[in-house]
Design a protein around this ligand. Structure first.
Ligand SMILES: [Zn+2]
Length: 363
């Protein structure tokens, strides 16, 4: 088996583990597999379980190598057949093929290859990115793990792309309280659902309508993700609540968005912040980015910057000023029914990362 064939096998092996968040034992078996992969090398393998979330760190012993290769082994759920990976027309199909087991296979292979070289590169894999990354990446950073640069194959969808920006996320819960009455005499009550609907309309009016967006949709948005209220069909609702999922760009400060919303809705609507996660911004002039672009060019690629509307664990590093290279093999369909990764691009991605490590840190 050549190097690429080995990585294809490794990707497929990882996909076979149904590492969804509702299957903690399967996740744990997948981490066991990674641990076994490094058996017999001189690398130090450390396992962590925090609030039930597994992580693994593989290094030459240091807590702060120059570069961390990082990723998440958890995947969003899929249909049974998606956990039986197969190859077709130069692609691997399966849940996690793109997001992000092929990327992890590359990082594992590179880490193993570097076992005999001097220190300065480490690998960290976590198990809770899809639900926020607080007990994985954040936990490891809080425990002193850090680096000057992070390679994270969790965005970009092609080896010639680097994600430059990811939107920040803020969840606001609006709660309206009213006064109950029988549904036949609504004038005796005060309907919380009516109050909440007005508030939700006011919140949405703070954001640019979709049809007026710039072409790249790089603008702050709001989606009403959840709504509930009322207790019976024939009762004036006493209670209603909604959650607004706000994604913001560098042009809007979350604090200011909340102030604007407060100015538009009635004073008796309660606002709670359920989540406030920073956006990711990677400075294109940073030495790490320049070195990575150089590695792309050496491998015949034309570097391009990309935008990502979602969020990733990159934010935990970038908010500390640590640049993250979000780039990955070519693929599509992450979180969808037909997720795939292009096999040739796995090789290209591998070569780019290897060249980057040679240029940037440790020839
Ligand atoms: Zn991902």
């Amino acid at each position: 088996m050549n190097e690429l064939q080995k990585m294809v096998k490794l990707t497929k092996d990882l996909i076979k583990f149904r590492t969804t968040l509702n299957r903690p034992s399967e996740l744990s078996h997948c981490f066991d597999y990674v641990e076994r992969y490094f058996k017999g090398t001189n690398l130090k393998v450390k396992r962590f379980v925090h609030n039930g979330v597994n992580s693994i760190v593989v290094t030459h012993g240091e807590k702060i190598p120059k570069v961390f290769l990082a990723g998440h082994l958890d995947v969003v759920d899929g249909e049974d057949h998606q956990f039986k990976p197969y190859e077709k027309s130069g692609r691997i199909y399966g849940r996690g093929a793109l997001d992000m087991k092929s990327g992890i296979a590359v990082l594992m292979a590179i880490m193993k290859e570097r076992a005999k070289m001097s220190a300065s590169v480490g690998l960290m894999l976590t198990g809770d990115e899809e639900i926020g990354g607080f007990d994985g990446t954040k936990f490891l950073i809080d425990n002193g793990y850090s680096a000057s640069a992070v390679i994270l194959p969790d965005g970009g969808k092609a080896p010639n792309k680097i994600v430059q920006k990811e939107k920040g996320a803020m969840w606001l819960k609006l709660t309206a309280k009213g006064k109950a009455a029988h549904g036949s005499v609504p004038w005796l009550g005060d309907n919380a659902i009516v109050k909440l609907t007005e508030a939700v309309t006011a919140v949405l009016s703070c954001f640019t309508p979709h049809e007026d967006h710039p072409n790249d949709h790089w603008i702050s948005t709001c989606n009403i993700g959840h709504i509930e209220g009322g207790s019976a069909n024939n009762r004036v609702a006493e209670y209603a609540s909604a959650v607004c999922d706000i994604r913001f760009t560098e042009k809007d400060e979350p604090k200011k968005i909340v102030e604007m919303i407060k100015g538009k809705i009635e004073k008796d609507i309660k606002i709670e912040q359920l989540l406030n996660e920073p956006l990711v911004y990677v400075n294109s002039e940073h030495a790490v980015v320049k070195a990575y672009q150089q590695a792309m060019r050496i491998n015949g690629l034309k570097p391009q910057f990309a935008l990502d509307y979602g969020s990733s664990d990159a934010r935990f590093f970038t908010s500390l000023g640590i640049p993250v290279i979000l780039s990955q093999p070519k693929g599509e369909g992450h979180h969808g029914k037909n997720e795939w990764v292009d096999i040739d691009s796995i090789e290209i991605y591998t070569n780019v990362v290897k060249t980057f490590l040679e240029i940037y840190c440790c020839p």
